[in-house]
Design a protein around this ligand. Structure first.
Ligand SMILES: Nc1ncnc2c1ncn2[C@@H]1O[C@H](COP(=O)(O)OP(=O)(O)OP(=O)(O)O)[C@@H](O)[C@H]1O
Length: 581
């Protein structure tokens, strides 16, 4: 994603049509050209039909008028006109597709960049309320719908407006009363019908979209946890639940289709009545000698051609409702959440400086929507180079310190300073330059083991990889794999055991070579000899590295310089009775 291409910047709100217009900055000529080409195609269709009507009727009248009349009738001019309009129509349609769809794709790209730029800073705290399936749905289908606003909504309406003015103007040159009848017909079909069906469409679009998103979230969750559902024998009831939800979506979609078809039918009836009206007006004008008889079919065919631009408008109205709803969801889903700490762009003056000591000064913190504080006036100092074990019962707040340290959440009071700088003035990526973390919920991306390791340090050499794998006690395991580090893991790849995955996370953290290492339960799930070997290697490797190790394991403590216990929402010196052997 290249931010400079995004005219909205990272945090702007699109704010409806105006924001959309700003999103199109630099593309406006391309988009206007698309509208121009679409209008040219519609005008060429109109010209083709009108001229054909005139040509056929003129030829028939000339034929009936005998030899002299037939000789006087110049067929070349209208025939050339017909060919000209046919050619223009083909070319304009082709170019319109190329230009308009290219514009829509570019808009879609910008929109995705905008959504990503707004969502990324919220992770992870600001995204906890959003489910993966919903987030993906918004990212994919909502952005598609909003980007299609141009081709599916703006373009048909602009074309209808531009062309209607020309159609009525052409009719006015031939017969004023027919022009008035056409204008009234187009107003009824192109404005009144979309206006009438609009509110019902809005309601149904909202219902279908909300239910669809719910079904999507449920689907993602069900697929992710299918194993559990099968174990509980709940798969069948999930399927039934789903069918019921999907039926609501299908019902709303069916009603939308029915509404759109009815609107089209109504426009068809208005077309028919307008044709009749123009026919009657043209016939009486012909009787009064104001109109040549050959011009009557020309006007009738002209009405039919003119209504071609009104027929897609109900569909465009529906697409407009979908785009507006999608835009609202995009704006609300990516609106900055209150939870993350305010961040200032780090400058030289703000960079942490050696010694990289951590000073937690009287912090109080509770997660949003919870009442029990995780920390209350808690203080802790860790000097650079210390190896500290952070212990305490499960759920007491050990991992929460990582969230606060990286600014994913902000303490309600007190402050956390790292290297002399308040971490609330730093971004998570600035902290990451100094601290490597091996978390408990480490995620393996789909790729080879090597790819996963290199995510942490793309420039790492083979020797560096071998060293960290040795320290993480993974060398034997890697050697046992036929493809070694090239073994595919993640989606559809090798499933690592909990202990193996944790050690890959440790290896990743070691690879970055930062002055600080935070390890969340690194030895969980390991047998005693492996645990001892891992801790010994970590300490040996990290004599100058500060290590903060969250652990439940008694065996880890002898490797640390000191032990800090989280108790009563505070940090206290010493181990505890809840430690595992
Ligand atoms: N994102 C969150 N939103 C709300 N509450 C949370 C969130 N993350 C953790 N908590 C709660 O905060 C408390 C501390 O959680 P934390 O993960 O820090 O505990 P822990 O000491 O690391 O536990 P464990 O040893 O089991 O890993 C727990 O009660 C937990 O339920």
């Amino acid at each position: 994603m290249t931010m400079p291409q995004n005219p909205l910047g990272g945090t702007h709100v699109l704010n409806g049509a105006r924001g959309f217009f700003r999103l199109a900055e630099g593309l406006r000529w391309r988009l206007a050209l698309g509208v121009g080409l679409a209008s040219a195609a519609a005008l060429a269709s109109f010209g083709l039909l009108v001229l054909s009507g005139w040509l056929l009727a003129g030829a028939a009248v000339a034929g009936l008028g005998g030899q002299a009349a037939a000789r006087a009738f110049n067929i070349m001019l209208p025939a050339t006109g017909v060919r000209f309009f046919a050619l223009v129509r083909i070319l304009a349609r082709y170019l319109e597709r190329v230009v308009a769809h290219d514009g829509a794709l570019r808009l879609g790209g910008r929109l995705r960049g905008w959504v990503y730029a707004r969502l990324a800073p919220l992770a992870p705290a600001g995204l906890t309320s959003m489910q993966g399936g919903d987030l993906l749905g918004r990212f994919v289908s909502d952005t598609d719908r909003v980007a299609a606003y141009y081709t599916d909504v703006a373009l048909p309406f602009c074309r209808a407006l531009l062309c209607s003015v020309v159609f009525v103007g052409v009719f006015a040159c031939v017969l004023l009363s027919a022009a008035l009848a056409l204008a009234v017909g187009l107003l009824l079909g192109g404005v009144l019908v979309p206006l009438v069906v609009g509110p019902a469409m809005d309601r149904l679009v909202r219902l279908a979209a909300e239910k669809q998103s719910y079904v999507q979230v449920e689907l993602a969750q069900t697929l992710q946890n299918m194993g559990e559902y099968l174990l509980w024998d709940g798969a069948r009831s999930r399927t039934r639940h789903w069918h019921a939800q999907q039926a609501v979506v299908d019902g709303a979609r069916w009603k939308l289709d029915a509404l759109e078809s009815a609107a089209r039918g109504l426009i068809g009836m208005i077309t028919f009545v307008t044709v009749l009206g123009v026919l009657v007006l043209a016939a009486s004008a012909c009787q009064a000698g104001q109109l040549h008889v050959a011009e009557i079919p020309m006007l009738v065919l002209g009405v039919l051609a003119a209504f071609d631009v009104a027929v897609p408008l109900p569909m465009a109205r529906q697409a407009g409702a979908e785009a507006r709803f999608a835009l609202t969801r995009l704006e609300t889903s990516s609106a900055p959440a209150p939870a993350p700490a305010p961040v200032a762009v780090v400058g030289e003056a703000h960079k942490p400086h050696a010694p990289y000591d951590l000073e937690v000064q009287g912090i109080s913190f509770a997660y949003p929507n919870t009442i029990t504080p995780v920390f209350q006036n808690a203080s802790l100092t860790i000097r650079q180079g210390e190896h500290v074990a952070l212990v305490g019962p499960s759920g007491i707040g050990k991992s929460s310190l990582i969230n606060l340290l990286f600014g994913f959440y902000a303490p309600h009071s007190g402050c956390i300073c790292f290297g002399g700088v308040d971490v609330s003035t730093l971004r998570a990526e600035d902290m990451a330059a100094f601290i490597s973390v091996a978390t408990q919920d480490f995620h393996l991306f789909a790729g080879t083991l090597r790819d996963n390791l290199l995510l942490a340090a793309p420039q790492a050499t083979d020797q560096e990889l071998a060293d960290v794998l040795e320290a993480a006690q993974l060398t034997k395991f890697i050697q046992s794999l036929p493809q070694g580090l090239q073994t595919w893991v993640g989606n559809d790849g090798l499933r690592l055991s909990g202990g193996q995955a944790r050690r890959v996370a440790v290896a990743q953290a070691l690879l970055r070579g930062t002055p600080w290492l935070v390890l969340d339960e690194p030895t969980e799930g390991l047998d005693a000899p492996l645990e001892q070997a891992l801790m010994a290697a970590l300490v040996r490797r990290g004599t100058r590295t500060t290590i903060l190790c969250m652990t439940h394991r008694q065996a880890v403590l002898p490797f640390m310089h000191r032990v800090v216990r989280v108790e009563d929402a505070c940090f206290r010196p010493g181990g505890g009775s809840d430690m595992k052997n």
